[in-house]
Design a protein around this ligand. Structure first.
Ligand SMILES: [Fe+2]
Length: 355
């Protein structure tokens, strides 16, 4: 019966409109639940993703206006941090670049001693080998051995990262916060602290390791900061991005109607014949801001490996499951002070008992 109805709607060209109406209903029904409970029902999240694909991004931008009005940007006491000193003009230029192209590569680099320390943390902390297209059940939790990898992607657990003072200092960086809130148009929420390796374990790209093009859609709007912790060349798996594809109406319906599907290089190239796809190569310490609503992937690593650190700021916690990785305590005085001043930003990570 259901299939018959779907075939009939499809025949008369009403299927997309019916799906759209259903997504509006699912999203709208989930909003009050989210407001009351602080958690998004999965049907509402699926509704948001469906609406994004149908409206080619207009729905998320529309919802973001309301989020921005309800959670205005903070008046920051400082905009100084790892990205230098951001005066009004520079902040405006960076945000304009992000709005136009979807990414910005900073001249400033993370200090070598901090890169060393994060590498040290990576090599002394166990991490999870992500399932692979060829092997859905690799070993669970291991110490990464750079000489003999056993998987394509190794992910660190956020709780193993955020207890370190160096990571807490990065979380509290005022320059990244200033850019995030200016881009998002609202007081942000820090919702991802991550670090992972990509290795040359496989000879071909892997879908599960995010080595095929895709767009992210965990939240309504967000901005990621990537920090390269190894030198990245064309053969060590640079992150790739299709400039401008984060803007509403820019990604063709032919790709969006496939939803969260992983896309091959030729499928993307076919739809963006005149776009120069960017590959982010650079020395360790390179910092990139990116709106991963645009199409992106980690290029397959041909030799060596690549270690990446990431922070994500979102305009709202509405969306996919939220992390449950509270700080054991504040190791960083800087973060403690920032959390007191800007509670919305750090609310997902605050220690349960305070500190
Ligand atoms: Fe992604």
């Amino acid at each position: 019966m259901k299939r018959r109805l779907a075939t009939l709607l499809d025949k008369v060209g009403l299927m997309p409109l019916t799906a759209f109406a259903l997504d509006v209903a699912r999203f709208s029904a989930g909003v009050p639940v989210y407001v009351l409970k602080g958690a998004t029902p999965s049907f509402a999240y699926q509704g948001m993703v469906g609406l994004y694909c149908f409206t080619r991004g207009y729905s998320n931008d529309f919802i973001s206006r309301f989020i921005g009005a309800a959670n205005p940007r903070y008046r920051l006491a400082s905009r100084v941090g790892i990205l230098g000193r951001l005066d009004d003009a520079r902040l405006r230029d960076i945000v304009r670049d992000l709005r136009t192209n979807g990414y910005h590569v900073f001249d400033e680099k993370l200090a070598p001693e901090l890169c060393d320390r994060l590498m040290e943390i990576a090599l002394e902390t166990t991490c999870s080998v992500r399932a692979m297209d060829s092997d859905p059940a690799p070993p669970a939790r291991v110490l990464y051995d750079r000489e003999s990898p056993v998987g394509i992607r190794y992910d660190y657990h956020p709780s193993d990262l955020i207890r370190h003072v160096e990571v807490q200092d990065l979380m509290s960086d005022a320059s990244m916060l200033a850019i995030a809130q200016e881009y998002l148009g609202s007081a942000p929420v820090l919702d991802i602290v991550a670090m992972w390796w990509h290795t040359a374990f496989s000879r071909k790209p892997d879908k599960t390791a995010a080595q095929y093009y895709h767009f992210d859609m965990d939240r309504v709007k967000w901005l990621k900061f990537f920090i390269l912790l190894t030198d990245v060349s064309p053969s060590t798996g640079p992150h790739c991005f299709v400039p401008g594809s984060h803007r509403r109406g820019k990604t063709p319906r032919a790709l969006l109607k496939r939803g969260y599907a992983r896309l091959t290089d030729s499928e993307v190239r076919e739809q963006f014949p005149n776009t120069d796809i960017v590959e982010f190569t650079g020395p360790r310490g390179t910092i990139i801001a990116e709106d991963t609503r645009g199409l992106h992937k980690g290029k397959h690593v041909q030799k060596g490996d690549r270690l990446m650190f990431e922070l994500e700021f979102a305009n709202s916690t509405f969306g996919a499951d939220l992390p449950d990785d509270r700080l054991p305590h504040f190791s960083s005085e800087k973060l403690a002070a920032m959390a007191r001043r800007y509670p919305r930003v750090y609310r997902l990570f605050l220690p349960k008992t305070g500190s």
